[in-house]
Write a protein that binds this ligand. Structure first.
Ligand code: 5GP
Ligand code: MN
Length: 336
């Protein structure tokens, strides 16, 4: 175990550091990782961000994205960096299974593990933890870690600020989710003061679609949407053939579930997609409805109350059917 004084002492001289985050990283995962990276390299640390898998192209403009090592593309190099690291920062995940095969390597590494995260029920694999379930994003916790624990606000340069703004913006669904408190708005205001160009970040993340992606969205809404008024639930289920037909890339499916949730009477929305290896579910909910409970109980997943995910090795049709059979259990909550 490490306490803050020992961690501060360790970080006082250059260290070999690995920063990693969950597989299929999203805006918060990459924003947090590159935010911390851009902070650490200013102090002479030998830091590397290792992403377990690739991630959406709408994140590729993030400052120093070019330095990121992708495990699935450079497994040997990644393994050597992990084995050699003195410190491993584990950002935006709570269990080693969330980083796929890298989990074994990180678990075996002698490095101190620092978990910075906002997911429920963290597993005990870390030596130092900056964890808060009420944070709207891990990027918020990175800001808090740098400013309030390490007292280095002056090292939040424009690159760090840009990355952290991106993480908070994407994980709070553009400052809309209930956990977007006044504290979050104060942090975001500070990040703008420190150099994050907010309007430009919104442009880069949200106005970067390809024609394919827009036509795919049209297909999902026109042909794949099913509304179950009795359960205030909407499902969008997409098969693998259509993914290929629309040439859907990593990230092109991001956010589609929110269209289903945008209907006034809908409390729970599911985006169920048939990937080449398994069926992936993304659930979103409004208010108190625990989307993560369904993912954890039935689909080997988890997440937050209003945004959760899971997967299944059954067929798309079976998963859709299974999802529908679960709904009666939640009928009362969905009708509140
Ligand atoms: P998404 O629907 O965008 O893939 O995921 C939404 C949230 O659910 C993520 O931020 C993550 O916390 C969680 N999540 C998604 N997939 C999984 C999964 O397979 N396992 C767990 N434990 N959490 C997941
Ligand atoms: Mn997050």
């Amino acid at each position: 175990m490490l306490d803050l004084a020992a961690l501060t002492e360790l970080l006082a001289s250059p260290r070999k550091i690995v920063i990693t985050t969950h597989h299929k990283p999203d805006g918060d995962a990459m924003g947090s990782s590159l935010g911390l990276y851009n902070y650490l390299i200013q102090q002479g640390h030998h830091a590397t961000v290792i992403a377990p898998t690739d991630y959406p192209a709408f994140l590729s403009w993030l400052p120093r994205n070019g330095d990121v090592v992708i495990y699935t593309e450079q497994a040997e190099k990644s393994a050597a960096l992990i084995a050699d690291a003195e410190l491993i920062f584990c950002l935006d995940f709570n269990a080693l299974s969330r980083i796929n095969e890298m989990g074994v390597l990180v678990g075996e590494s002698k490095a101190y593990k620092i978990m910075i995260d906002h997911h429920l029920e963290p597993q005990d694999f870390d030596d130092y933890r900056h964890w808060n379930i009420n944070a709207c994003a891990t990027a918020q916790l990175i800001y808090d870690f740098i400013v309030n624990e390490l007292h280095h606000r002056e090292l939040i340069n424009a690159d760090v600020a840009t990355c952290l703004y991106t993480g908070i913006m994407t994980d709070s669904a553009s400052f809309r989710l209930p956990n977007t408190t006044s504290t979050v708005h104060r942090i975001v205001a500070d990040l703008i003061d420190l150099g994050a160009v907010n309007w430009r970040i919104h442009e880069l993340v949200y106005n970067s679609a390809t024609e394919n992606r827009l036509r795919f969205l049209g297909h999902c809404l026109a042909n794949c949407l099913e509304v179950l008024p009795e359960y205030h639930t909407a499902i969008i289920a997409v098969n693998n053939t259509d993914l290929h037909k629309y040439d859907v890339d990593t990230g092109d499916t991001e956010g589609i579930v929110n269209y289903a949730l945008s209907m006034a009477d809908i409390k729970l929305a599911a985006f169920i997609v048939e990937r080449s290896d398994r069926v992936k579910l993304s659930l979103r909910s409004k208010g108190e409805f625990p989307a993560n409970e369904i993912c954890k109980k039935y689909f080997d997943g988890g997440g937050h109350r209003n945004a959760a995910g899971g997967h299944s090795s059954n067929t798309l049709e079976q998963v859709v059917q299974q999802f529908k059979t679960i709904l009666p259990e939640y009928k009362k909550l969905l009708n509140q």
